[in-house]
Design a protein. Structure first.
Length: 373
């Protein structure tokens, strides 16, 4: 397969974006294999640490919320930890502005996660549903009349200049998406290391840019879904957005270099480094959260043995707690929830906060762990 169908021109639709896979000699080098080994080792350690938790799902909502916030920040949509947690505690349906964007991202992540767990493979339809959830729209693949271009970010004389024009035309975009999905799913035809596939697929999705908007966020969700599909993780607890924020200029530069010069290796190594470092960071956070959970569980068991472990786990789903949002099949009374929260306040586990007319409770130690980047 030729690396170039024809010379690339940034102001014209890249309808000749090469299909996957790239030629092996462009992506398989000693340097890449070393980075693959390091990333796979760190990811396997993360999977093992997570399995030791009493309840893996306890952390999923918490860590997913951090990812949602970081991913929207990449799009220059900022919200503070505090305003986000408070807003989600009172009413998810009353969210506005950037906090609402964060919630949509988290909902899109869960929609994709449940679909890939059920289907065992990635579908184009899943990508479309993720986009719809992020943008709250009913359309799908970008129509030909939508003349989408990618502009230079940041400041300086060239800001706003066209740096890339993605493929245009519904059939062309569909063809390239079908190729992407086959490359991801068919491990017999394309027997590459899963992390190599994730790095290559991330670029290809962004280059196809199949939707009117939200492609960056959809692409970041795609990466975590592939980790689940390839059984590298059991639950979605590894996210790359914080790393990309720190190295955002390099991220966009390397994407551009794959497009303009087919420089795959620096891009792949960047993504593998992101997976390695983010795995190590997530391990440290899980260990901190698990240690805190153990200490609080032991304290509560000693002081108030009537409070069940399942109730303590709910304290770790997000830092702010509303009595009504603690209700489930094991906790059906708001008064009982309030009583338990008050008892946890008395022993220093929670801090009461008044938001509007409602009193909520803050797991301050969890908040501090999550806020420490």
């Amino acid at each position: 397969m030729s690396d170039f169908a024809e010379p690339y021109e940034r102001t014209k639709p890249y309808n000749n974006l090469p299909l996957l896979p790239p030629e092996d000699d462009k992506v398989e080098t000693k340097e890449v294999f070393l980075a693959l080994n390091n990333a796979n080792k760190a990811l396997a350690e993360l999977k093992g640490i997570a399995k030791k938790l009493p309840n893996q799902s306890m952390l999923v909502s918490t860590i997913a919320l951090r990812e949602a916030k970081a991913s929207t920040e990449i799009e220059n949509k900022f919200t503070t930890d505090d305003e986000l947690y408070k807003a989600l505690t009172i009413s998810e349906y009353g969210l506005k502005g950037n906090a609402k964007e964060v919630l949509r991202y988290r909902q899109a992540l869960w929609k994709g996660y449940h679909d890939i767990v059920q289907e065992k493979s990635l579908r184009v339809e899943t990508l479309i549903e993720i986009y719809k959830e992020i943008k709250q729209v009913d359309d799908g693949i970008r129509p030909p009349q939508t003349e989408t271009v990618i502009l230079k970010r940041g400041s300086g004389q060239l800001t706003g200049e066209v740096v890339y024009t993605p493929p245009r035309g519904t059939k062309i975009i569909q063809q390239k998406l079908n190729n992407l999905v086959e490359y991801i799913n068919n491990d017999t035809k394309f027997p590459y290391d899963p992390l190599l596939k994730i790095a290559i697929s991330h670029y290809q999705f962004e280059a196809i840019h199949p939707f009117r908007d939200g492609n960056g966020r959809a692409g970041r969700i795609l990466s975590i879904l592939l980790m689940i599909q390839k059984r590298l993780l059991e639950v979605p607890i590894l996210y790359l957005s914080s790393y990309i924020i720190r190295e955002k200029d390099e991220y966009y530069e390397l994407l551009k270099n794959v497009t303009s010069h087919r420089k795959w290796i620096p891009w792949i190594i960047y993504m593998l480094k992101a997976i390695e470092e983010t795995s190590k960071y997530t391990i440290s956070k899980i260990e901190e959260i698990d240690s805190l959970f153990t200490k609080i569980s032991e304290l509560v068991s000693e002081k108030y043995p009537a409070i069940r472990k399942e109730f303590i786990e709910k304290l770790f789903e997000q830092p702010y707690l509303s009595p009504r949002k603690l209700l489930d099949r094991n906790m059906k009374s708001v008064n009982t929830a309030k009583k338990y929260l008050k008892q946890l306040e008395e022993i220093g586990v929670l801090i009461p906060k008044k938001i509007g007319k409602e009193v909520v409770y803050l797991n301050i130690d969890l908040y501090n762990i999550l806020s420490d980047s």
